[in-house]
Ligand binder design. Structure first.
Ligand SMILES: [Fe+2]
Length: 390
């Protein structure tokens, strides 16, 4: 057994933990660049409380707003604007895009070049990991960016890309995961982000690069998550206990994806998300059940008692509200049923509603990486998955 593991040096998890932000900032200094999204946070009750608390601690606040998935020009503009302001610490409060933007800005503040030169598969420079201290505070439960070492940077369009700025040092220095911040998250965003977290847990669990450490984290998070996504979206959206379960699963999914890797769903998401304007969680959420179906059926045909099937079977028992067979083959097939049912219940939209057509399928599958998927799916299988989720 041999593996590496990277995680946040400091995690503050639980309802009300946002109140610790000012104190945590002062460990690094008193000049803050605060990065937020455009809307919901400023309208919430949390905003005046956070701003007043920062004022009380005499923290000087510069603020940047990131409204879309971060592009190279968005990051470059923020860096150029604030590079000479002696920023001591950067905090990002928002969804995955806002946290990725904060992570990227903190990494680029000590560099003179455009971020493009450091992006994997795009630029030619490798980053030395020097950055400004960074605090990540998620307001949605999904990407797990608060726990990962990469920032996803997107350029939309025909020659678009979705690439990472990555370094082990880019794991946020502090993550504040406060489920209270997610209480008002609308059902469609809760569903899409939650399905992204579920995808990340399942893909890292069966990843070819998983370790006993990532396995135990992923299995523990799946057990806590259970059917909380259904409860939060269809029954009790303001239940703190349910939101706490989803926040935990989301945070752990970031840890496991960063340390074990991901599979075909995220392979698809990085290609589709760079050409079409579809939220990442929607792509993952809509494809998860069909990709899992093909993974499980292909793995069973090779060996119905293989290691990945045993893991899928365990996940099935942890997620199912009712008892599941002890037989690995039956139990893993039951997981396909659960995921298909949740895809319907959570009303995950098909890719066609965002403009993806049959004609796009060959181009998409031509560029889709299979990453750390437990089995290699054929082009025919990849095509069938997309056709079934148009
Ligand atoms: Fe994801």
């Amino acid at each position: 057994m041999a593996f590496n593991f990277f995680a946040n040096p400091h995690l503050h998890f639980g309802p009300g933990h946002i109140n610790r932000l000012p104190e945590l900032i002062t460990f690094h200094g008193n000049t803050l660049l605060l990065i937020t999204g455009a809307r919901s946070l400023q309208k919430s009750d949390h905003w005046p409380r956070v701003m007043n608390a920062l004022k009380k601690k005499s923290i000087r606040v510069y603020q940047a707003i990131v409204e879309t998935e971060p592009s190279p020009s968005i990051i470059d503009e923020i860096v150029v604007k604030y590079r000479d302001q002696n920023i001591d610490v950067i905090a990002a409060i928002g969804g995955g895009s806002v946290m990725d933007a904060g992570k990227a800005v903190s990494a680029m503040m000590k560099k003179k070049e455009s971020i493009i030169e450091y992006l994997e598969g795009v630029g030619n420079r490798s980053h030395d990991g020097k950055k400004i201290p960074f605090i990540a505070v998620p307001t949605t439960s999904g990407t797990g960016s608060e726990a990962t070492k990469n920032a996803v940077i997107s350029q939309l369009g025909k020659n678009g890309f979705k690439k990472s700025l990555r370094h082990d040092n880019f794991v946020p220095d502090i993550a504040i995961v406060d489920p209270e911040l997610t209480l008002d998250c609308p059902p469609d965003i809760t569903a899409a982000c939650g399905m992204d977290a579920l995808t990340q847990l399942l893909e890292s669990l069966v990843s070819t690069n998983s370790s006993p450490m990532t396995d135990s984290l992923a299995l523990g998070a799946l057990e806590i998550l259970g059917d909380a996504l259904i409860t939060a979206t269809t029954k009790h959206p303001h239940d703190m206990g349910t939101r706490t379960k989803i926040s935990y699963a989301s945070y752990i999914s970031g840890l496991t994806l960063a340390n074990a890797g991901l599979g075909v769903v995220h392979g698809f998401a990085s290609v589709i998300g760079s050409v079409f304007n579809i939220p990442h969680g929607v792509i993952c959420g809509t494809l998860l059940s069909e990709v899992t179906r093909h993974n499980i059926e292909s793995l069973i045909s090779l060996d119905p008692n293989g290691p990945a099937i045993k893991k899928y079977a365990r996940a099935s028992r942890l997620l199912s509200p009712s008892p599941v067979s002890k037989n690995h083959e039956e139990s893993s097939r039951h997981l396909i049923k659960i995921l298909a049912q949740w895809t319907d219940q959570l009303k995950m939209p098909g890719l066609g509603s965002y403009g993806v057509t049959l004609e796009d399928i060959d181009t998409i599958i031509g560029s889709t990486g299979q990453k750390n998927n437990p089995i290699r799916l054929s082009a025919k299988q990849l095509s069938k998955i997309l056709q079934d989720r148009l």
